[in-house]
Design a binder for this molecule. Structure first.
Ligand SMILES: Nc1nc2c(ncn2[C@@H]2O[C@H](COP(=O)(O)OP(=O)(O)OP(=O)(O)O)[C@@H](O)[C@H]2O)c(=O)[nH]1
Ligand SMILES: [Mg+2]
Length: 235
């Protein structure tokens, strides 16, 4: 029987083969220096759209298709479903999140339920385009105020969670709002102890964003209303 997995690292990925070529060797180095009982899972598009699967194979990293659809929400749910780790780290696959920071997140695993790489707390560096930064800060302000989540940066996906808590959630969001849904439900269901560490965010290295802004704004607003007025339904 295989020993239990201590650390799962999950990377939702959409057309990121170029970035993964640079990120995965660093990630394997970091994970194996933390524990031999790790798994790295890249969650790719439903059908292959680039060389992502070949790149993962070349570094001995697991790559699975998301299901049922090509949305970020389905990538996150697919990753959580497949993860086995006592602790789970989510990160982007576009080199905005550097692997070495996992050491800092992991060092606090027994003190908190969630540890966030925070761009907006004192000491953090957002390093984004003006419009993206403005929208992201507004999003954090609105969610913080309406849902009473006292965090500087709940929307950066780079976080460490406790695997059992994460796997117990019923998550419904289809887009990037699933990140806020996770935090809200962990806070409501577990009174999760959440801690932020200042993080120096980098712009993506290769490729361009695939975010569809009007769609994401609409889904952030709908999710905000749903969480505010329906609360959680998944204890
Ligand atoms: N937009 C989008 N991103 C996805 C999807 N599935 C996985 N991702 C990954 O989610 C991460 C964040 O998406 P990005 O497109 O970089 O969004 P962003 O960070 O707001 O935009 P950038 O300024 O380009 O970095 C990346 O690693 C994507 O590859 C998807 O269906 N849509
Ligand atoms: Mg990005």
């Amino acid at each position: 029987m295989n020993p239990p997995v201590e650390l799962s690292i999950l990377l939702p990925s959409y057309l990121e083969a170029h970035n993964l070529k640079e990120l995965l060797p660093e990630l394997v180095k970091t994970a194996s220096s933390i524990t031999p009982a790790y798994e790295i899972i890249v969650i790719d598009s439903v059908e292959p759209l680039d060389d992502t699967r070949k790149v993962c194979e070349s570094f001995n990293v697991t790559c699975i298709p998301r299901s049922p659809n090509n949305t970020y929400g389905d990538a996150v749910r697919t990753g959580i479903r497949h993860s086995q780790g006592k602790f789970v780290v989510f990160m982007d696959a576009d080199c905005s999140h550097y692997a070495g920071f996992i050491h800092k997140l992991y060092a606090l695993r027994n003190d908190y339920d969630v540890i966030i790489a925070s761009r907006y707390m004192p000491g953090g560096i957002p390093n984004s385009h003006f419009m993206h930064l403005w929208m992201s800060r507004l999003l954090n302000f609105v969610y913080r105020t309406c849902l009473d989540i006292r965090l500087h940066d709940m929307s950066n996906s780079y976080k460490l969670y406790h695997g059992d808590q994460l796997r117990s959630l019923k998550l419904k969001c289809m887009n990037f709002d699933i990140i806020e849904e996770i935090i809200y439900k962990l806070q409501e269901n577990y009174q999760a102890r959440i801690f932020e560490l200042p993080y120096d965010f980098q712009k993506r290295k290769y490729g361009t964003t695939k975010r569809n802004h009007p769609l994401f704004i609409a889904s952030y607003l709908m999710t905000l209303f749903r969480l505010k007025f329906s609360g959680t339904d998944d204890k």
